[in-house]
Design a protein around this ligand. Structure first.
Ligand code: HEC
Length: 125
């Protein structure tokens, strides 16, 4: 009898711990960056998926998970970059070289990663 009760208590405590961890993780920032939807061939474009990973890792802290901006970085989503840069090379240059409080990522990200993250911003956010 006793051991069974102990096991039961451990399971209940374990579930509470898991629930707490999940709640805390979900409460970080203002949510997670949108996933890449399936393309015409039924699977997500791998370049956009790679771009999302870069965005989540390196950009969302200042530009927010959905690109709507924070006190540390301006809004990038809903066509903002396409509006601001008729030539995509302009946005690439800002990311590679940095500008003002925007850090330079030229030494950290490859040209392909910069292209991928900008595609994710323009096509998904
Ligand atoms: C430490 C905070 C920070 C991080 C991290 C950051 N940015 Fe920025 N970003 C800024 C700030 C601040 C500006 C505005 C710079 C200015 O005023 O000239 C900016 C501007 C930009 C712009 C130009 C926007 C415009 O309207 O002209 C682009 C594009 C951009 N960021 C993309 C990115 C990408 C892509 C990443 C991730 C690889 C990233 N940023 C990571 C802070 C950040």
């Amino acid at each position: 009898m006793f051991p069974l009760v102990a096991v039961g208590k451990a399971i209940v405590l374990g579930s509470i711990a898991v629930a707490l961890v999940v709640t805390v993780a979900a409460g970080c920032g203002s949510g997670s960056s949108p996933e890449v939807g399936a393309g015409p061939d039924g699977t997500p474009d791998p370049v956009l998926v790679a771009g999302r990973a870069v965005y989540v890792d390196r950009c969302s802290s200042c530009h927010d998970a959905d690109g709507s901006g924070t006190g540390d970085g301006p809004r990038l989503n809903r066509g903002r970059l396409l509006q601001a840069y008729s030539d995509p090379a302009g946005a690439v240059a800002v990311v590679a070289e940095g500008r003002d409080r925007m850090p330079a990522f030229g030494g950290v990200l490859t040209a392909d990663e910069i292209d991928a993250v900008l595609r994710y911003i323009n096509e998904v956010l």
